[in-house]
Design a protein around this ligand. Structure first.
Ligand code: NAD
Length: 469
């Protein structure tokens, strides 16, 4: 490990030496880099990316285009369109007491950044934040997940072909690689992954007072009230939950449904899942697999635990270990102490829990950690507003799910246990920047009159300044 440590330290030192050259690039130079990345993702490497994700967990090509290629291209296009204005000096007003000066702030690059990404949307969640880091003028060391090795290999090839390693480098490897990298005094760490590992990252960052963006996970609730259009809700939830085989940080983790409409909702969801994946989902070309045996076993254990505590499997339930296949599964009457209701599920299993009143549903959500996303299906403005005002979450979609992620004008991120900091668009650019404030004195400032020695007259001016300016 010492050798590894030295390799990463060398890389870090090389990037540190290069940080002003990269940081002082113009918007045009940064845009040229983004265009090169766009070309690579959209054209040169598109087929390799699709194949790698299929080899890693049978991700359908169309889903790769929609959830890996499209979001990265969208992020790049958005940054290209706005970068000039983001990089402009931002003038601010000057109070009367500071007459004779002017003030502004600039977004300066943080410097040498570490980007640790997860396996579930490996291209999107590696290159998406990388776009923001490049736009903000940083150097970056990337450590992708070891769980999707085919995709990591393609991304490594892309990064090596597009960038010098003293600007952007990608290092592959197991968890130990992240652990070694985390010892280095980065200027910023952008981490996407679980809350558990997020805490490890934050502890390591604290040693150097490195700033962090933590894009984490957790249990995202979906409320369906008695006024909701159940058919529309079922269609959207069937997509949002079982996309990527449920391995999506903002997928509905569980449903809270008003008890009187539960049976009808289950019936329409059953019909919808059949329409999406036929009666034999294992033969469907529209469904990815669980990423590996470890996660397959984890999910099967969740299912068995719930069933042993008298849960009812409403839809699905079939599994096949040779293929890490889990049928889209909907389960109700789940005991509160079942692991399905305690841990983030991150797989194609959807528990449905009933409630009698909105107050009860809100109370349940607030008894848990603040979620990354909270969804509401309702035609009632009153119910929707009550839910939003009385809960806390990283983001919300009303009468939809997941799509809030795709609007680059919206900040994306969690709150407390589901994350710290925001990604996407200008928010991602700001995350990788330091807002440096500047005050420039043009003429002698009036405040200088108040410098020592302090006299009775000066005291009167100080009193007046406090009162009037
Ligand atoms: P993870 O936390 O296990 O791993 C994420 C990354 O951290 C990987 O690159 C891994 O190599 C590294 N890592 C793992 N253990 C480590 C350790 N002890 N020390 C240092 N580095 C370590 O997460 P995952 O399984 O890859 O992804 C699933 C989790 O990520 C879920 O909780 C999900 O909700 C969350 N997630 C969040 C977002 C978001 O944008 N908020 C997006 C995708 C996934």
């Amino acid at each position: 490990m010492n050798d590894l440590n030295n390799t990463y330290a060398d890389l870090f030192i090389a990037q540190k030496a290069n940080r002003f050259a990269i940081g002082n690039t113009t918007y045009k130079e940064r845009i040229a880099k983004l265009i090169a990345l766009k070309k690579a993702v959209e054209f040169t490497y598109k087929d390799k990316i699709r194949q790698a994700l299929f080899d890693d967990f049978k991700k359908p090509f169309t889903e790769t285009d929609l959830t890996e290629i499209y979001p990265v291209i969208g992020e790049i296009k958005f940054a290209i369109r706005h970068l000039k204005s983001w990089m402009k000096r931002q003038k601010v007003d000057t109070p009367l007491a500071l007459t004779g000066s002017s003030s502004w702030y600039v977004y300066e690059p943080k410097g040498v950044c570490l980007l640790i990404s997860p396996w579930n949307f490996p291209v999107n969640l590696t290159f998406g934040p990388l776009v923001s880091a490049i736009a903000a003028g940083n150097t970056v060391i990337i450590k992708p997940s070891e769980m999707t090795p085919n995709t990591s290999k393609v991304m490594a090839e892309m990064v090596a072909n597009l960038f010098n390693e003293n600007e952007i480098a990608l290092v592959e490897g197991e968890v130990e690689v992240s652990q070694e990298l985390l010892k280095l005094p980065f200027n910023h760490i952008f981490f996407t992954g679980s809350p558990q590992v997020g805490k490890i990252v934050m502890q390591a960052a604290a040693k150097h007072l490195t700033s962090v963006t933590l894009e984490l996970g957790g249990k995202s609730p979906t409320i369906i009230d008695e006024t909701a259009n159940l058919k529309a809700a079922a269609r959207k939830i069937a997509w949002g939950k079982f996309l990527n085989s449920g391995q999506t940080c903002i997928a509905p983790d569980y449903i809270l449904i008003q008890e009187e409409v539960k049976e009808e909702f289950v019936a329409v969801l059953r019909a919808q899942l059949k329409a999406f994946f036929t009666t034999d989902a294992s033969a469907s070309h529209s469904l990815s697999r669980v990423v590996n045996t470890k996660h397959f076993k984890r999910l099967v254990a969740h299912l068995e635990d719930a069933i042993s505590k008298n849960a009812t499997v409403e839809i699905g339930g079939k599994t096949a270990s040779e293929d890490n296949f889990i049928e889209p599964t909907v389960i109700s009457n789940v005991a509160e102490n079942a692991s399905l209701l305690q841990d983030e599920i991150f797989g194609p299993i959807l528990p449905i829990k009933t409630y009698k009143t909105i107050v009860e549903a809100i109370g349940y959500i607030n008894s848990k950690e603040k979620p990354l996303a909270l969804y509401v299906y309702s035609k009632s403005k009153k119910n929707t507003n009550t839910i939003i005002k009385n809960t806390r979450a990283g983001s919300t979609a009303i009468n939809n799910n997941v799509l809030q992620y795709t609007n680059h004008n919206l900040p994306f991120g969690g709150t407390n246990n589901s994350g710290i900091g925001k990604a996407h668009g200008v928010f991602g650019f700001q995350e990788f920047s330091n807002m440096r404030s500047v005050l420039k004195q043009h003429t002698k400032g009036s405040i200088e009159f108040l410098f020592p020695p302090y006299t009775h007259l000066k005291q009167k001016f100080v009193d007046a300044t406090i009162k009037w300016f």
